[in-house]
Design a protein around this ligand. Structure first.
Ligand SMILES: [Cu+2]
Length: 129
C-alpha cells in the first residue's frame, strides 16, 4: 500500500465517521417535543431543537398524519394547520398548531440549512393518544 493510498483511506474513514469541518457545519436534530416514537396527549405545538444556528429561509417542516385508530387504510394526509417560527438564537424551530393535533399517528419531516446553506433533512414519527 502506498502512502497516498493510505492517506486516502484514512480520509475516507474519517469522512465515514462524520469527522471533519464540513460535517460539523451541518444541522442535526438534537431533540424534539414530542420525542421520536413518543405517544403523547394532543399537542398544541411541536418543538425541534438543533445543534447549530439555522438559516431561517431554509428551515421548516412538513407534518403528515399517517394513521388513525380504527381506519385500516389511511393514506398519509398532509397537515397544514400550523405556523412555524425560529427562535432568536436560530436553534429551535417551533410549529404552532392552530388546533391541538387529533388522535392518530404522525410523521414529521424537517429540513434545515446552517451557515454553508447545504440542505439537511430528517424525519421521525410520533403518536397522539
Ligand atoms: Cu455543507
Amino acid at each position: 500500500m502506498t502512502f497516498t493510498t493510505r492517506t486516502i483511506l484514512a480520509a475516507a474513514m474519517l469522512a465515514a465517521l462524520g469527522i471533519g469541518t464540513a460535517a460539523l457545519a451541518h444541522p442535526k436534530l438534537v431533540s424534539s417535543t414530542p420525542a421520536a416514537n413518543a405517544s403523547v396527549d394532543k399537542p398544541g405545538k411541536i418543538v425541534l431543537v438543533f445543534n447549530e444556528k439555522l438559516m431561517a429561509k431554509f428551515a421548516g417542516a412538513e407534518l403528515a398524519m399517517t394513521g388513525v385508530p380504527g381506519m385500516a387504510d389511511h393514506q398519509p394526509m398532509k397537515m397544514t394547520g400550523f405556523t412555524s417560527a425560529l427562535s432568536a438564537d436560530g436553534m429551535t424551530l417551533t410549529l404552532l398548531m392552530k388546533r391541538a393535533l387529533p388522535t392518530g399517528s404522525y410523521e414529521l419531516k424537517w429540513f434545515a440549512a446552517g451557515a454553508d446553506a447545504h440542505r439537511m433533512e430528517g424525519s421521525f414519527a410520533f403518536t397522539v393518544k
